[in-house]
Design a protein. Structure first.
Length: 447
């Protein structure tokens, strides 16, 4: 406790860090306030059916990522996921389209152009999802004995408001990255997830307390199981395989360089939480399709993939995570470049020839450690379905794995690492007495 209080005092002493934390808090408060502003013309008292709809299924995840703005019919209802989806599409285009590959190699100017394309695509996705959300909202209000205001202009104006709300959320995320603690988009998602945790915990406790046969013991077992899953997630985020690298001796003048052995830490899960974000964004597509579809057969087919506790949803979801883990690892880790860097610095892996053989060896090692890492990631991703089978309520089950838990762990570790970096730069003790906090990629990153 004394160490914690001392760390908080040190954080407050650093003016830049204090300003960034207060700025982040301000933007978070603005985001949370906006999530309760209901769309004009909608009666908040008639949203009971929408709240009931978001208690389970894929819509529960969407509501969690928006921090409850979805079931509040808020101006922020569509949240940040359209921007995530647009970012995924742009990243895929950098692999397949030469124009985007060239843009990626242009450095800062190319990055700005790609950000502009991402924003344009985000607007396009929002203009598609906005009417779909209003169609679903109309159905839910009808069940509650209410109705949306009619007319073409209401649909147009509400779509534009939803679009503007999501773009404003994206802007808040960018400001948190620039002026706040960093990882802005990730932090926005983190806030939405944390906002749902207290209510889910209280609801689960109340339900277990009402059980006659050892409900409280079962609740304690659930908390223990949750801690085990969190520990496993941290191990997945931080786990590495160290490759020894020997640097040859060389003499320049009277000084000797090299002759030491170092290690390359290859992450077991080099892709971080991006594969699960990719897969989750694709699994949200059925929500948009079912909103426009009038066919019962289409609704039945898409409905099978909207049940996040069903077999087919979790099977496809897990398979996509494994595929995306290999894909994202391939575009972020370049064994050829690593081999060239080692050769340029007179380094080599003992028993492996420098150059092409080293690149092939590194690629083989990455393939071997990526497979168990991707399977482990997929298992954690579908863990909420098993938690639901065990009798845990839907809201609390979402924290037993899946996108929510991995984002929670990854973003918190990255945020703590940023704070620790500020402390160490000013010659204060870090957050931990021994060792360093390791984030998703060993540094500050935002997806």
């Amino acid at each position: 406790m004394k160490k914690l209080l001392e760390t908080i005092k040190n954080i407050w002493k650093i003016e830049d860090l204090r300003t960034r934390l207060l700025t982040t808090l301000l933007f978070v408060l603005i985001y949370r306030f906006g999530s309760f502003i209901v769309l004009p013309g909608i009666d908040p008292a008639a949203l009971t059916a929408l709240k009931s709809q978001t208690q389970g299924g894929l819509l529960a995840l969407l509501d969690m990522f928006s921090g409850g703005a979805f079931h509040n019919a808020s101006v922020f209802a569509l949240g940040i996921m359209p921007y995530i989806s647009a970012s995924i599409v742009i990243q895929l285009l950098t692999i397949a389209v030469p124009y985007f590959q060239k843009m990626q190699r242009e450095g800062e100017s190319g990055r700005r152009k790609m950000n502009q394309f991402t924003r344009y695509l985000t607007v396009g996705i929002l203009l598609l999802q906005g009417p779909s959300y209003l169609v679903n909202l109309s159905v839910q209000l009808n069940q509650a004995g209410s109705a949306l205001p009619g007319g073409f202009w209401f649909t147009v104006s509400s779509t534009l408001i939803l679009c503007g709300g999501s773009m404003f959320v994206m802007w808040l995320g960018e400001r948190i990255t620039d002026k706040g603690i960093g990882n802005g988009i990730s932090f926005i998602i983190l806030v939405g997830i944390i906002a749902r945790f207290p209510g889910a915990l209280i609801k689960e406790f109340a339900s277990r307390l009402g059980d006659a046969g050892g409900g409280l013991v079962m609740f304690l077992f659930e908390l223990l199981f949750l801690l085990v899953v969190i520990a496993a997630s941290i191990m997945l985020v931080q786990g590495t395989r160290k490759i020894p690298v020997q640097y040859a001796k060389r003499v320049v003048g009277n000084k000797q360089y090299g002759g030491v052995r170092q290690y390359i830490p290859l992450k077991i899960n080099a892709a971080g939480v991006m594969p699960i974000i990719f897969a989750q964004a694709i699994m949200f597509i059925p929500i948009t399709l079912v909103g426009f579809s009038k066919s019962d057969s289409m609704r039945g087919f898409v409905g099978a993939f909207m049940d996040n506790n069903g077999f087919w949803y979790n099977f496809v979801f897990g398979l996509m995570i494994i595929v995306f883990t290999y894909f994202y690892t391939a575009i972020t880790i370049n064994p050829t470049q690593m081999a060239e860097e080692m050769k340029r610095n007179n380094g080599f892996i003992p028993g492996i020839k420098p150059g092409k053989r080293t690149a092939e060896y590194l690629d083989l090692i990455m393939s071997r450690i990526t497979l168990p890492g991707s399977i482990f990631l997929a298992i954690i991703a579908i863990m909420p379905a098993f938690a639901k089978i065990m009798g845990i309520n839907q809201a609390f089950a979402q924290f037993f794995g899946g996108t929510s838990l991995l984002i929670l762990v990854g973003v918190i570790l990255d945020t703590l690492q940023q704070i620790e970096s500020h402390l160490l730069m000013r010659h204060y003790d870090g957050l931990l007495k021994s060792g360093r906090i390791k984030g998703r990629s060993g540094g500050a990153s935002a997806y």
